[in-house]
Write a protein that binds this ligand. Structure first.
Ligand code: CP
Ligand code: NVA
Length: 303
């Protein structure tokens, strides 16, 4: 039996991703109108967090509860993983007890080890390379606010990190163009750049990168695990700050998004993130709905 995992946006095809987003929009409307849903009654999600989280933890935990299921939070500090039990042994045991496993870890290869050993679906809750659940929420947010993202242009400013690389995959899966403006030594993975060359461009001039675009996105300059580089990065990334002057160069209907947590005054000014073009709260809230759709898809094997 092959198990369906969600390690990156490339694990689903474009039409299925679009269906997933539409299902999330439906689940959100149902939920906002007070309808209850128990499609995952009796099902259990194990969540392994090797890095901190607010949104990912709460959205998965609340999502499972709202669908009639249950989620278990596990950290290396409280499990045998932290005392050296191999990933493979842990996962084989979890596969006998739960219906799905979400993992937030450092190296993407670690996540692949989890998935290879699992007999139940494994979800990427963020690795150093990708954060695909966040992209599902970002795509839902754009589509709800402005309709299809196909044929649009998105500007990514800042680090060529896990979020940037997920946007690169989203560009090829959802059919938009992506302009990346980042310092030379913080470019995304060259192999991924080559694979996505048809839809992704590196544009060194920040103003040119945002000119006329439909969505401007950024993220922290130092990701989890890079705290010691924070000072150096802050100096190097300064020209990539999203501020009002830069937003004024984008299309007049352009949205601003950020996966959060944000640092006002660094990667984005307060007037942009707290301003009228910012959709960051809708974006964060959609993590709940789109991951409920994802859990149903992976556990029930239907969209
Ligand atoms: N955006 C996001 O994944 O947030 P957390 O780190 O709080 O989960
Ligand atoms: N790039 C950030 C995203 C946080 C949700 C990090 O990895 O820390």
């Amino acid at each position: 039996m092959t198990v369906k995992h969600f390690l990156s946006l490339m694990d689903l095809n474009g039409p299925d991703l679009e269906k997933l987003i539409q299902h999330a929009i439906k689940l959100k409307q149902e939920s906002l109108s007070g309808q209850t849903r128990e499609t995952l009654k009796g099902r259990v999600l194990a969540m392994i967090f090797e890095k901190s989280s607010t949104r990912t933890r709460v959205s998965f935990e609340a999502g499972m509860a709202q669908l009639g299921g249950h989620a278990i939070f596990l950290s290396p500090d409280d499990t045998q993983l932290g005392r050296g039990e191999p990933i493979e042994d842990t996962v084989k045991v979890l596969s006998k007890m739960v219906d799905c496993i979400m993992v937030r870890t450092f190296a993407h290869d670690n996540l692949v080890r989890f998935a290879d050993a699992a007999n139940v679906p494994v979800i990427n809750g963020l690795t150093d390379s990708y954060h695909p659940c966040q992209l599902l929420a970002d795509m839902q947010t754009y589509i709800e606010a402005r309709g299809s993202i196909r044929g649009k242009t998105v500007a990514w400013l800042g680090d060529g990190n896990n979020m940037c690389q997920s946007y690169m995959n989203a560009a090829r899966q959802f059919g938009f163009s992506l302009n990346i403006a980042c310092p030379d030594n913080y470019r995304p993975d060259p192999v991924l750049l080559e694979e996505t060359a048809k839809v992704v461009s590196i544009i060194t001039d920040v103003k040119q990168a945002v000119s006329g675009v439909d969505l401007v996105v950024t993220d922290v300059w130092a990701s989890m695990g890079q705290e010691s580089e924070s000072r150096q990065r802050t100096a190097e990334f300064r020209p990539y700050q999203v501020n009002r002057e830069l937003m004024a160069l984008a299309d007049k209907d352009a949205l601003f998004m950020h996966c959060l947590p944000a640092h006002r005054g660094d990667e984005v000014t307060a007037e942009v993130i707290d301003g009228p073009q910012s959709f960051v709260w809708e974006e964060a809230g959609n993590r709940l709905h789109v991951q409920k759709a994802l859990l149903e898809y992976l556990i029930l094997k239907e969209i």
